[in-house]
Design a protein around this ligand. Structure first.
Ligand code: ADP
Length: 510
């Protein structure tokens, strides 16, 4: 250490210089006030204090520290400082102060009293620190925290609302809903389920669905349900008719899918059950009515046809010209009616599986030629051409396939009134024969293509323009299905249609 500092006494000039240098080297702003002078003026400040506040030494010395408070004279912390000073205590506060240029800053202020031998406070030493940055960071953190809390609150509210929303849907829905775990244990059921099956919740929750009541223990349903989760294999439209305890025989339609929620609920199955008992009963009644009505019509119709034929013969023999034309019209109408009744009876028989197919071996091309000849002789508006040949002998029901061809050819003519061409294409490979019938008529929209093979379906715009009941294609499809074949249509609205079917040359044992 330098010699001049070796024998320092506390109040020597050298010591004073040293202390002052030390104070000036400090990064904290330091002031000393003289409590023995009026209004406790500042008698010393270091350089850091001048840097901190922007005031010059002359502007600081001789003034009370309150100038630092700028326009904010009423900050509550002032009270803490005042109390501390009055009670000669050390005070440490954070107070907002102002620089000379008016910029506010946060000051971390510590004030300590200095006492003489009698214990009187002679001076105060104030140490200050600009903590604005820290305060801002704290403020931002606080804001963020509050914002986060608001967001969490909002999200919780949203979740609660959507839970209420969802559960009100689940509870009002007129379908029974069940949630199953991977072991097929029932986790929850909705109100409709409880009402419909007349079951209290605690009787079913936690039970394995298949053990719950024997009606649920159906192997096909079991297989379907056990496949839902491992292979993410939902199923729709599984129909079952069983007798349930308390509610009797019901026909139910079941859909099941994995709950697709990216959460802990992912390994759950939602099973929706629709009661279609009444719908099926109504359908059955409608079918019964059609069958009975057609049966009942068949006998008087046969009798009408018989009598008309006798009258026609008599009129011819008597050369009774006035009656011949009306009688022919009556015979045509009776035949048409007979055709419709036969179609209805056919549908009923197909439905009940009450139809016999007679398989024989015959030349497929000959069958097509024969059907085309029949239809060609009955039309003056269209020309039917045949392209290609199969050269195959098939094993099939000749008259049923002829029925299909006649139906498709009749439709092709009926639904292309502005056109004059129908083309029939034949094709075969080593296993199948295929026939396609192309017309250039009104075509069928994509949506309707899915429906036209259903019973009684007719395109919306056709109802009154063309005669028909919408069962021809249904019958055709049943016949082709029976032959283990496929019937389909390719078409665009207003661009004609191609109806094709393919059947195997040899029938597989069924
Ligand atoms: P129907 O002709 O008695 O209405 P079908 O079952 O034979 O009954 O046909 C069902 C429906 O399919 C028809 O009503 C018609 O809308 C449509 N359809 C069938 N064939 C054709 C065709 N070649 N072109 C356009 N639409 C057709």
């Amino acid at each position: 250490m330098d010699d001049q500092y070796n024998n320092l006494t506390p109040f020597s000039n050298a010591a004073f210089n040293l202390y002052e240098q030390a104070l000036n080297a400090s990064v904290d702003g330091i002031v000393i006030t003289d409590n023995q002078q009026p209004d406790n003026p500042i008698i010393y400040c270091n350089e850091a204090f001048m840097r901190l506040t922007g005031y010059t030494y002359e502007e600081i010395i001789g003034h009370n520290c309150r100038f630092l408070q700028g326009p904010e004279r009423e900050q509550p912390v002032r009270e803490i400082i005042r109390n501390g000073l009055q009670n000669n205590q050390h005070v440490s506060v954070e107070i907002r102060n102002y620089k000379k240029d008016g910029t506010p800053f946060w000051n971390q202020l510590s004030v300590s009293p200095v006492t003489d031998e009698q214990g009187r406070v002679t001076h105060f030493i104030g140490i200050q620190n600009d903590i604005t940055r820290r305060k801002e960071a704290e403020g931002a953190l606080q804001d963020e925290k509050e914002h986060l809390e608001d967001r969490v609150e909002e999200r919780t509210r949203d979740l609660q609302e959507s839970e209420i929303y969802l559960s009100s849907i689940v509870e009002t829905i007129r379908e029974s809903l069940l949630v199953l775990d991977p072991d097929m244990r029932v986790l929850s059921v909705n109100e409709h389920f409880k009402k419909f099956f007349e079951i209290e919740e605690d009787k079913i929750i936690g039970k394995v669905l298949f053990d719950f009541e024997s009606s649920w223990n159906i192997s096909e349903l079991k297989n379907l349900l056990l496949n839902v989760l491992p292979a993410n294999n939902p199923f729709e439209g599984f129909e079952m008719t069983y007798s349930f305890q308390g509610i009797g025989k019901k026909t139910l339609l079941l859909n099941a899918r994995q709950i697709m929620h990216k959460s802990k609920y992912q390994d759950r199955i939602l099973l929706a059950i629709e009661d279609i008992t009444d719908m099926r009963r109504m359908e059955q009644r409608k079918e019964d009515f059609i069958t009975i009505a057609s049966h009942e019509m068949k006998t008087p119709l046969t009798s009408i046809k018989g009598h008309l034929q006798v009258l026609q013969l008599k009129a011819k023999r008597n050369q009774d010209d006035a009656y011949q034309e009306p009688l022919s019209a009556a015979v045509r109408s009776a035949n048409r009616l007979d055709g419709l009744v036969n179609d209805l009876l056919e549908v009923a028989r197909l439905q009940s599986g009450d139809i016999a197919f007679h398989y024989t071996k015959f030349d497929f091309d000959e069958l097509v030629n024969e059907a085309v000849t029949v239809i060609q002789s009955a039309t003056q508006t269209h020309h039917i051409s045949i392209e290609g040949q199969t050269g195959q002998t098939v094993e099939a029901d000749f008259s049923r396939l002829e029925q299909v061809l006649i139906n498709l050819l009749s439709n092709a003519i009926k639904y292309s009134p502005q056109a004059s061409q129908i083309s029939v294409k034949l094709h075969s490979d080593s296993e199948n024969v295929t026939v396609s019938i192309t017309d250039y008529g009104m075509g069928i929209s994509k949506e309707e293509q899915e429906l036209i093979f259903d019973r009684f379906y007719r395109a919306d715009n056709l109802h009154y323009a063309f005669q028909g009941m919408g069962i021809g294609l249904y019958i055709c499809k049943q016949i082709i299905d029976e032959h283990q074949g496929r019937l389909w249509v390719e078409s665009e609205k207003d661009k004609g249609a191609i109806f094709s079917f393919t059947i195997p040359i040899r029938q597989q044992a069924k």
